[in-house]
Design a protein around this ligand. Sequence first.
Ligand SMILES: [Zn+2]
Length: 265
Amino acid sequence: MRTIFVTLKKTLVLPALAATLFTACHTANNEVVDSGQLAADSFQLSTKSDDNSDFVAITDVVPDVILEIRYYGTYNFVGTRIDGYLQPTALLTREAADSLKAVSDELIKQGYRLKIYDAYRPQMGVDHFVRWGKDLDDTLMKSYFYPNETKDSLFIKEYIATHSSHSRGSTVDLTLFDMRTEKEVDMGGTFDWFGRESHPDCGGNPKTGEWRRNDTITAQQFASRMILRKAMLRHGFKPYDCEWWHFTLKNEPYPDTYFTFPVQQ
Ligand SMILES: [Zn+2]
């Protein structure tokens, strides 16, 4: 049974924050970001759906991945299990999972496995982030994830928003795991770090692969980021200006639908 209802995006913008939502974490090239963030002035129609029939568990399609589902556990920026994560699994649309399989097959030949932090994120998980963002006193995980940010700046810098492309089912957060060292690859920045080190262009030009000498990202770390990025882009994903670990399928099958069913198999 497919349940669809239409809502106006604008009605979901937090009124006090609406004026500042445009202050993006735009980077040097100032491209339009694609995180599914709300545009405060836009009255675009979005659709909600609880139909999971086109979704698959990533591990059913790409058995070689490693799962580290941060929002099922407590080691995340909130510090608790996030609403809607009923099992430590990762779901994607069939199309996105098939593309990820091609990425994995390519990188395995180079000695890497994909480690997945998050994939489909139900709207109730995003709502949990927003609720947490408004509770300025809750800074449980500040020292780990946002030591240099104030809690009230997280919306302004678009670390937290009322919608996420993850809820459309074709976005994944991931990194590389090196099978030779049996460790996660050092990317010079960690998943969900709220800071400029998360930006793909922090250490160089990600479009050319050219490293720029700086005090935060080493040439090796930048090169490792590029291995992941190039493989993802080769197989149909597009990057996100604010997070080196975040990719969305370019031809995502549900570009305007935000799904609501929980994460479980
Ligand atoms: Zn993401």
